[in-house]
Design a protein. Structure first.
Length: 75
């Protein structure tokens, strides 16, 4: 699978954060992007989040993300 361009990745990051804000979900960026902020860059081009919400709100978040064009891989 080809790696996304950095500018595209930043657009996706912004869209995901906007979705989290619309649903009023607490979140943290984790993984390689978080490490880069702390001075330990890694060469990965994926986005990892820790999302803080009640289980009942998960469906609402999924619906919002789907409206934004994202899909959930439940594997």
């Amino acid at each position: 699978m080809p790696q996304p361009k950095k500018s595209r990745l930043l657009d996706v990051l912004a869209a995901i954060i906007d979705s989290f804000k619309r649903v009023r979900v607490g979140y943290m960026i984790i993984g390689a992007w978080a490490l880069a902020v702390w001075g330990r860059p890694r060469a990965t081009m994926d986005l990892d989040f820790f999302v803080m919400l009640e289980e009942e709100a998960l469906g609402h978040l999924g619906e919002q993300m789907a409206r934004e064009g994202f899909s959930l891989d439940e594997r």
